[in-house]
Design a protein around this ligand. Structure first.
Ligand code: FAD
Length: 125
């Protein structure tokens, strides 16, 4: 895949992608089924293949080889996600994030029972 070639756009894409990535992991089941574990693992590997910045995708694939996705529980998955993001941070010379902050930082505004809490069209405040 081609390099985006524009550092600002690449950084914006990165921020948006990490936000979704960590929010998915923070919402992952505490006790996932085998199917849920497979779904998360597939998602992560596909994400690493289709990520639009080629240089980033290729580096992230190397990180995944070294640190395969941890899918046994919400905590394992979200801490793993924090760790691999820190691997990227370290390569880019960025600050290492405190992984104890993950649960409070990544909330989606959704109910915990699968109901996404959305209101009927037109009734939202
Ligand atoms: P980001 O790293 O985007 O982080 C956004 C916010 O997430 C931070 O402000 C902080 O609040 C929080 N955060 C930071 N670290 C963590 C963590 N460990 N866990 C949870 N939350 C955290 N850019 C390149 O130039 N080269 C690359 O090779 C490259 N590879 C990438 C690979 C992937 C898979 C992704 C998603 C992005 C990649 N990027 C790469 C983009 C890069 O990681 C940043 O997103 C971009 O540089 C913007 O950085 P930022 O300082 O705004 O914070």
């Amino acid at each position: 895949m081609p390099h985006l070639g524009n550092e600002t756009i690449k950084a914006e894409l990165g921020r948006a992608s990490w936000k979704l990535f960590h929010t998915i992991l923070a919402r992952y089941p505490e006790k996932p089924t085998a199917e849920e574990r497979e779904a998360l693992s597939s998602y992560i590997y596909l994400f690493s293949r289709v990520y639009p910045c080629g240089e980033c995708a290729s580096h992230f694939q190397k990180i995944l080889k070294k640190f395969p996705p941890q899918t046994s529980s919400r905590i394992a998955a979200s801490q793993w996600g924090c760790h691999v993001h820190n691997q990227v941070n370290s390569r880019l010379g960025k600050k290492i994030f405190d992984c104890n902050m993950i649960a409070e930082k990544y909330q989606c505004g959704c109910a915990d029972d699968g109901d996404d809490g959305a209101t009927e069209a037109g009734t939202e405040e």
